[in-house]
Write a protein that binds this ligand. Structure first.
Ligand SMILES: NC(=O)c1ccc[n+]([C@@H]2O[C@H](COP(=O)([O-])OP(=O)(O)OC[C@H]3O[C@@H](n4cnc5c(N)ncnc54)[C@H](OP(=O)(O)O)[C@@H]3O)[C@@H](O)[C@H]2O)c1
Length: 317
């Protein structure tokens, strides 16, 4: 199968592209050529690299045609963030490809209501990113159901893997939070620490993409959450990390309006984004229709990532 992946050298692509090559796909990877995959893998020698900037190509209206001219059977779109962008690609690929896999996000849901959240629940996204991703999902699924575009949308949670800092128990990305925990220092959490986060290992996201390919006949026209089996409360996450480092739990709690002044603006923004959503998503649909079976719990994924950060000197404990 000729497979084009747009944005294939990031968190997910680092795991997905080697899986595609090993499964016999002829892979072409489109990026701007600025980044290398997080994990070296010999499979990349078999990958055709195309360097182009999607944003620049879209500005001239040529991006869809550039992808179509590669004559792909399968297109995996990792980096689509606007409806216009989705439309340009879909219009160029209609009737030309067997499958279009789009990477969405669980942010298409706004605040959690009935949990675990299912894919069927009405969308109430907030924030530009979630609103735009929900518009794209709605457009692609309608195109699939009404106009025969073979599109599938996969919605990952907070992606974790080897080579970058995972979302931490304070709900932001400053890896020093893990240092504090490792040293048995006190960690202050917003509110009661009961708000939730929902991680997923990048290799489990890659697994879901592979499963969507092999289960295309049930996947087309559908969207799927791709997360670990269970979300974590911030408090539960922090307690588990103290235990993992062999430390006694030392947590304190501060109402949000005060807590936000104790961290940087960037950290407060990230934490707010996560606790305002407090995701807790169901994977029942992906298990049933794609046979998705995540290998990692949220904690296993995070602990593997933190181990990598420590072993590579990124995190000092
Ligand atoms: N990260 C998360 O926790 C998370 C959670 C939920 C959903 N998602 C979704 O995951 C997708 C992103 O996947 P990812 O995290 O694997 O990606 P990523 O790590 O951000 O990597 C992006 C890839 O796209 C390439 N790229 C970026 N801008 C480009 C452009 N203008 N033209 C061509 N290539 C470009 C980058 O390489 P160059 O820089 O070399 O171009 C890189 O290979 C998004 O759809 C996002 O909504 C992410």
């Amino acid at each position: 199968m000729r497979t084009v992946i747009i944005g294939g050298k990031g968190h997910v692509g680092s795991y997905l592209v080697p899986r595609l090559v090993q499964a016999g796909h002829e892979v072409t990877c489109i990026t701007r050529g600025q980044r290398e995959p997080y994990i070296p893998n010999g499979a990349w020698k078999a990958v055709r690299q195309i360097t182009l900037d999607r944003v620049a190509e879209e500005a001239t209206g040529s991006f869809g045609a550039r992808v179509r001219d590669l004559r792909p059977d399968l297109v995996i779109d990792m980096i689509c963030f606007t409806l216009d962008s989705a439309r340009q690609l879909a219009e160029a690929l209609r009737g030309q490809v067997q499958l279009l896999l789009h990477c969405g996000t669980i942010w298409v849901h706004g605040p959690s209501m009935q949990v675990p959240t299912t894919e069927e629940q009405p969308r109430h996204p907030f924030g530009d990113y979630g609103i735009r991703k929900a518009e794209i999902e709605s457009y692609l699924l309608r195109e699939a159901r009404v106009n025969g575009l073979p599109a599938v949308v996969l919605h990952p949670g907070h992606i974790v893997g080897q080579g970058w800092a995972p979302l931490n128990p304070a709900g932001h990305f400053n890896a020093q939070v893990f240092t504090r925990i490792a040293r048995g220092e006190e960690l202050n959490l917003p509110n009661l620490g009961q708000e939730t986060v929902h991680h997923v290992h990048a290799d489990d996201v890659a697994q879901a993409f592979m499963q969507a390919i092999s289960h295309w006949s049930t996947a087309v026209g559908e969207s799927f959450h791709v997360v670990s089996p269970q979300a974590l409360s911030l408090r539960g996450y922090a307690e588990a990390m103290y235990a993992w480092f062999g430390q006694t739990v030392r947590l304190s709690f501060t109402p949000w309006s005060m807590w936000r002044t104790t961290v940087s603006e960037q950290e407060a923004g990230a934490t707010w984004d996560h606790i305002a959503h407090s995701p807790n998503c169901s994977i029942a649909k992906a298990q049933r229709l794609l046979a998705y079976q995540p290998r990692y719990s949220s904690l296993q994924a995070v602990q593997e990532s933190v181990t990598w950060l420590i072993e590579h000197g990124v995190l000092t404990i």
